[in-house]
Design a protein around this ligand. Structure first.
Ligand code: SF4
Length: 323
């Protein structure tokens, strides 16, 4: 196992009090696996990624838990040691490639700096490695692209460059947080294929964070679904897509554009996520769930096994496709 997140709790101290952003997050990632983390905005997916990367804001408090990467608890490392891991062992790709690139430095120079830092390459070898890194992410005419600035490239090209930078070490783990959200549909498809290809060729493990169940369907062998800072369902992606055990997952599936006939309005999930300043004592989804029962508002459901290796935090029995 490459990564294990155990009972992770993260709070944020603010003017209005303490926000309980993550509650009891648990999951594992195997070597060479692509694991999906799915949920709406505010579900805690990105905070989970930032906790692993050691990039949480100053007012964050990790009140409990462990993040075991390659046998060591990252939460016990010094700031400098975590910095060393980022980029070299753990690569990152975020939603907006412009924020990850230096706006006034040519692409070739940015890649060369990265390669020299992570692989200790002499300048001449680093220059050739830059071209190879660009070819690896299927960039035509790498010599020309290396001489360009980020603003001279399209969004899809910039995201390829960010992936090339993230893979330059190369890392054992790639964390991709909404890597295709800012891109149009055909480019999204190409970027997802590229991530899958790098995973297969190099054996890189990938934590793929997305709001889109269609994306995890394409790439991930296992998926965890997050809601209001908790894992509410986890299991094999196929199982989750065909037999969702949590009404929230069912709602996400119903909200997919393919779920409604052409011309009919898309199904939004009614209601809002609860305030994490004052967590409800029962199920956090209860105010939006049409299966809610008395017990749901009173007692918090824990993640339990509903079918083989398929877990959900819900008082309903078993797994079912709800209509
Ligand atoms: Fe709905 Fe109750 Fe399950 Fe929560 S525990 S998702 S409210 S049925």
């Amino acid at each position: 196992m490459l990564l294990e997140v155990k009972n992770l709790y993260v709070d944020f101290e603010g003017m209005r009090g303490r926000t309980e952003a993550l509650k009891n997050i648990r999951f594992t990632l195997e070597e060479g696996e692509i694991l999906g983390i799915v949920g709406e905005s505010g579900s805690g997916k990105s905070i989970t990624a930032l906790s692993i990367l050691g990039l949480l804001e100053e007012n964050a408090i990790i009140s409990n838990g462990e993040i075991i990467y390659n046998g060591q608890n990252l939460l016990h490392l010094q700031k400098k040691e975590r910095q060393m891991l980022r980029g070299k062992e753990i690569g990152m790709v975020f939603q907006e490639p412009m924020t990850a690139l230096h706006p006034t430095m040519k692409i070739g120079k940015q890649l060369q700096n990265c390669l020299q830092r992570h692989r200790n390459l002499p300048a001449k070898e680093a220059k050739e490695a830059v071209l190879q890194a660009l070819r690896d992410v299927h960039i035509d005419q790498p010599e020309q692209v290396a001489k360009k600035y980020p603003f001279e490239l399209s969004g899809g090209m910039r995201q390829r460059i960010v992936i090339a930078l993230a893979m330059s070490a190369p890392p054992r783990l790639l964390i991709a947080d909404e890597p295709t959200t800012a891109l149009d549909v055909t480019i999204q498809y190409e970027i997802l294929n590229l991530i899958r290809e790098l995973n297969r060729k190099r054996g890189t493990s990938v934590l793929l964070i997305t709001h889109d169940l269609g994306v995890v369907a394409k790439l991930c062998s296992r998926t965890i679904v997050m809601y209001a800072g908790e894992v509410v369902e986890s299991g094999a992606t196929k199982e989750i897509l065909h037999h969702p055990a949590h009404p929230y997952t069912r709602s996400l599936l119903d909200a997919l554009p393919d779920s409604v006939p052409p011309g009919e309005p898309l199904k939004a999930i009614a209601g809002e996520t609860p305030s994490l300043l004052h967590r409800p004592s029962g199920c956090a989804f209860a105010s939006r769930c049409r299966h809610a029962m008395d017990i749901c508002k009173k007692r918090h459901p824990e993640l339990t096994e509903k079918a083989s290796n398929h877990y959900a935090a819900c008082w309903l029995e078993g797994t079912a496709v709800y209509d």
